[in-house]
Design a binder for this molecule. Sequence first.
Ligand code: ASP
Length: 285
Amino acid sequence: MVILVHGGAGRVPKAHESEVLAGVAAARDRGWEVLSDGGSALDAVVAAVVFLEDHPRFNAGTGSALNRQGFVEADAAVMDGATLGFGAVAAVRDVKNPVLLAREVMASEHILLAGEGASLFARERGIPAVDPAGLITDEALARWREARRRRVRSSGTVGAVALDRQGRLAAATSTGGIVDKRVGRIGDTPLVGAGTYAEAPLGAASVTGEGEFLARALVAYRAVVALREADPEDAARQALLQARHLGGEGGIILLAGDGRFAAVHTSPQMSHAWRTPEGEGSALA
Ligand code: ASP
């Protein structure tokens, strides 16, 4: 069993470092609990991501980055490596935990629902509408004002990959996207193979960073497929270098079907945490 989570490729202010590290470690523990209780890799990654969506310091769910008009439009995806099942939502405005809605989409006849349609589907599945203002934190508002003043594109995202006792692999990713993005902008996170990918027995990946570049490099898929010949560290690096050639930086957590894993980033930082039967750790490098 292995669980690996990330808290995004954005730069973390010094004052928030310990809280962010504690956040990714706690999300990892949520996922690990599910795995040790005999739960599936899919249940584990969803539990870890829900925790980070609810944590206001991370750019997903509550605390998401704000778009150009100052409100949240979230993207999220889940993929089950055992069945190649995939579900995602994009630009959703009124859902507290977009990853739970993505999981519902996976169980439907579609793979991706956006905007108003995603909200309608949420209601159909019993996921209540939340007041969009409730997703906005003071910190996200401050980051948004700063981005508008200085034209910086700070970002972040959360994600998890896991391997369960039965050898099943899964990946989940959730994000508010890039701060001050255009209304309606959709990033790499909810695109299959771009921000999120899992395929048994090869591996599972969740990606963070500059979505426009990561998506065109199909970073998650590229990294998982590279596991055929490379170890996780090299496979992750190859995939990120492809995005860098296009002009974008990012990070990835990559888990191979045999339990080896890597957390690699070309962005300045990426918080992450992991646990295996041999031990656990967390880092913000
Ligand atoms: N990849 C996300 C996006 O472009 C943002 C991030 O990971 O920081 O929407």
